[in-house]
Design a protein around this ligand. Structure first.
Ligand code: 6PG
Length: 465
C-alpha cells in the first residue's frame, strides 16, 4: 500500500505534522536519516503512534518507492546546507511531476535557486513557511506557500485540512507568491515576531522595578482580554507565572538572546530594499546588545547608578505598547509589499494578514483588526481610524519613553516606533541638508523644490553669491 504524503525529517516539527496528518485520516510515509544519534527516531515514532496509516523509513529509496505518484514530499529539516544535501540525494530518485515542499525557515533566495533547479529537472518545488511551533504543527499551523499553482492545487486539500482555521473557518494557508514568496513572507513574519517579542520585553523591563512577575502576569491577563490580546502575550503570561521549586523560572534565565537568522534576514531585506523597517531591526540589534553580557556587567559595576523605584502608569504603557505594535505590523507588511513589487510576486497583503490570524506565533486581535483594512487599503496608514488612534496615542508614547529613559531603560523598539512616526508625518524633513552635504563633498547633485523633478543641480558650495 502506497502513502499519499511523505515527510523527510522527524524532528519536533516533522513529528508533530505527521501526527496532524494521520489524525485527519491521510496515509503517510516518514523518513529520518539513520545515524548513531538518530537511530531510534523512526522505531520510537512507529511504536508511539501504533497507526496503520504510517510507514517509517531510514532508507531514502524505499521511502520514495512507498509514495503514490505524483509524489508529495515535505522536507522538515534545518534550513541551509542540510536542504541542499537532502535534495542532492532525493532528486535522482524522483519522477517528473513529483512535488517537493520545503517546510523549513529557508532563505527565499535559496528557495528561488532550488525551485529553478527542480524546474529544470521537471519537478515542482514549493517553499512553505510554516508557523506555530510544535503545538501549531500538531493542532494546525499557519502556512505561507510560494511556488506554482499547479503544484499547489495538488497538495492543497491535504494542507488545508491540517492547517489552522481563521475567524470564518477558512484554512490559514494560501499561495502567496511564486518563486520564494512564501519563505520571504515567513521571514518577515518572524521579523515582526522579533519586534513583538522585544516590545513585550521592554514593557516587562518597565514594570519590573515596581511589580513582581506574578503581578505583571495579572496585568497582562487583563491586557489579553482586549485589543492587545495575542498568542505572544499569552505565552508571556505563562512564562511569568512559571515556578520551579516555588521560585520564578524566568528570574533564573541568563539574559543573552539567541537567534537563528530570520530576524537578521528581515533587516537585510529592509536594507536591500531601502525600506525603513526600523522596529524589527531595532529588535534584532537589541538581541546583539544582549550578547555583550561581559561588557554590560563591567560597565554596570563601574558606573554604579542608583536604582529608582517608581510606579509606571500602566494605562499609558498599554497605549504606547499598542502604538508600537501597530507600526511594527505596518512596517513588516510594507516591507512585504515593497519586495513583492520588486520580485513580481503580486502578494495580496490582506490574504497574508488573514493567514496570520490563527495558528502562527503572530496570531493576535490586532491582526483581526488589520485584516479588513488591508482589504480596502494597500497601506495600513491610509485608514482614518488607525491614523486617529496613532495620533491619539502619541503623547502616551512620549510620556512612557521619557519616564523609562530617565530610569535608564533601553527601549529600542518603543523609541524606534516613535521616531518612525515622527519621520513619516513630517512633510519637510532635514534630508535637504543631507543632499546638500552629498553635493558639497562629492558633487552628487540635488533636486530643487523650485525646478522640475527631472532636473539635477550641482553647486560650488565654497563660494557665495
Ligand atoms: C514560528 C517561529 C519559528 C521559530 C523562530 C525562532 O513561526 O513558528 O517563528 O519559526 O521559533 O524562527 O527564531 P529565532 O530562533 O531566530 O528567535
Amino acid at each position: 500500500k502506497r502513502s499519499e504524503f511523505g515527510i523527510i525529517g522527524m524532528g519536533v516539527m516533522g513529528r508533530s505534522l505527521a501526527k496532524n496528518i494521520l489524525r485527519h485520516g491521510f496515509s503517510l510515509s516518514a523518513y529520518n536519516r539513520y545515524t548513531e544519534a538518530e537511530k531510534e527516531v523512526i522505531p520510537s515514532l512507529l511504536s508511539e503512534l501504533q497507526n496503520e496509516d504510517i510507514q517509517g523509513f531510514t532508507n531514502l529509496e524505499a521511502f520514495v518507492e512507498s509514495l503514490v505518484t505524483p509524489r508529495k514530499i515535505l522536507l522538515m529539516i534545518p534550513a541551509g546546507s542540510p536542504v541542499d544535501a537532502v535534495l542532492e540525494e532525493l532528486t535522482p530518485l524522483l519522477s517528473q511531476g513529483d512535488i517537493i515542499m520545503d517546510g523549513g525557515n529557508s532563505h527565499y533566495k535559496d528557495t528561488q535557486r532550488r525551485e529553478k533547479l527542480a524546474k529544470d529537472q521537471k519537478f515542482h518545488y514549493l517553499g512553505i513557511g510554516i508557523s506555530g511551533g510544535e503545538e501549531g504543527a500538531l493542532l494546525g499551523p499557519s502556512m505561507m506557500v510560494g511556488g506554482d499553482s499547479l503544484a499547489y492545487n495538488i497538495v492543497k486539500v491535504l494542507l488545508e485540512t491540517i492547517s489552522a482555521k481563521d475567524f470564518n473557518n477558512k484554512p490559514c494557508i494560501s499561495l502567496l507568491g511564486a518563486n520564494g514568496g512564501g519563505h520571504f513572507i515567513k521571514t518577515i513574519h518572524n521579523g515582526i515576531e522579533y519586534g513583538e517579542m522585544q516590545l513585550l520585553a521592554e514593557v516587562y523591563a518597565l514594570l519590573k522595578p515596581s511589580l513582581s512577575n506574578d503581578e505583571i502576569a495579572e496585568l497582562f491577563i487583563d491586557w489579553n482580554t482586549g485589543e492587545t490580546g495575542s498568542f505572544l502575550l499569552e505565552t508571556t503570561i505563562a512564562i511569568l507565572q512559571k515556578k520551579e521549586n516555588k521560585e520564578s523560572l524566568l528570574d533564573k534565565i541568563w539574559d543573552v538572546a539567541s537567534s537563528k537568522g530570520t530576524g537578521t534576514w528581515s533587516s537585510i531585506a529592509a536594507l536591500e530594499q531601502g525600506f525603513p523597517a526600523t522596529i524589527l531591526t531595532a529588535a534584532v540589534m537589541e538581541r546583539a546588545v544582549s550578547n555583550t553580557k561581559e561588557l554590560r556587567t563591567t560597565l554596570s559595576e563601574r558606573l554604579d547608578y542608583e536604582s529608582f523605584l517608581a510606579t509606571i502608569d500602566t494605562e499609558k504603557l498599554k497605549e504606547a505598547y499598542q502604538f508600537a505594535r501597530l507600526l511594527n505590523h505596518q512596517q513588516g507588511l510594507q516591507l512585504i509589499e515593497t519586495t513583492s513589487n520588486s520580485e513580481g510576486w503580486d502578494v495580496d497583503l490582506s490574504e497574508v494578514v488573514r493567514v496570520w490570524t490563527n495558528g502562527c506565533i503572530l496570531k493576535s486581535e490586532l491582526l483581526k483588526t488589520i485584516h479588513p483594512i488591508m482589504g480596502n487599503h494597500s497601506i495600513l496608514l491610509e485608514d482614518t481610524a488607525i491614523l486617529k488612534k496613532l495620533k491619539h496615542s502619541e503623547s502616551a508614547v512620549v510620556d512612557i519613553l521619557v519616564w523609562g529613559m530617565q530610569q535608564r531603560n533601553a527601549l529600542p523598539c518603543l523609541s524606534a516606533s516613535l521616531q518612525y512616526w515622527y519621520g513619516i508625518i513630517t512633510a519637510f524633513s532635514s534630508a535637504n541638508l543631507i543632499q546638500a552635504q552629498r553635493d558639497a563633498f562629492g558633487a552628487h547633485t540635488y533636486k530643487r523644490i523650485d525646478a522640475p523633478k527631472d532636473q539635477s543641480f550641482t553647486t560650488n558650495w565654497k563660494t557665495n553669491g
